[in-house]
Design a binder for this molecule. Structure first.
Ligand code: FES
Length: 145
């Protein structure tokens, strides 16, 4: 059912943990399955992602996709990191079963949430980045203010 890469990243997830004083932190959840993912990014003064870590309370596919997502964004600029879509993460993992595709959306949204946090902290606008949803299952995002 799962590719070898998915199993590998699930059993040996890369970049698990937190980053102290992270440049950006994003947390997203999926109310339907109850899974939660938190992404930490350390971004240097040139807008390059030095370090990415994550904590995921979720299914195996969520762990594998967050692991792969952190690997993919490391060394990229914030602009390039926007190209790390759930599709890109899935491709890097040699695919996911159809019922698990939503898990990879959590990884994409968590990256976006962390980038959004970084942009807000630095009063910058990242072109192409939309305000992420806190819950990817919601059709409509909630206004915070
Ligand atoms: Fe919820 Fe995978 S089942 S993220």
């Amino acid at each position: 059912m799962y590719s070898e890469k998915v199993m590998d990243h699930f059993q040996n997830p890369r970049n698990v943990g937190e980053i102290e004083d992270a440049s950006g932190v994003g947390t997203v959840g999926n109310a339907k399955c109850g899974d939660i993912m938190r992404m930490y990014l350390d971004i240097d003064e040139n807008g390059v992602i030095r370090e990415a870590r994550f904590k995921t309370f979720g299914c195996g596919a969520a762990v594998a996709t967050s692991s792969m997502a952190t690997e993919l964004v490391k060394g990229k600029t914030v602009q390039e990191a926007l190209q790390v879509t759930n599709r890109a993460v899935m491709e890097a993992l040699d695919g996911l079963p159809p019922v698990k595709v939503h898990c990879s959306l959590l990884a994409e949204e968590a990256i976006h949430a962390a980038l959004w946090d970084y942009a807000e902290k630095n009063h910058i606008v990242i072109e192409g980045l939309e305000k992420p949803k806190a819950d990817i299952h919601e059709g409509e995002e909630e206004e915070e203010y």
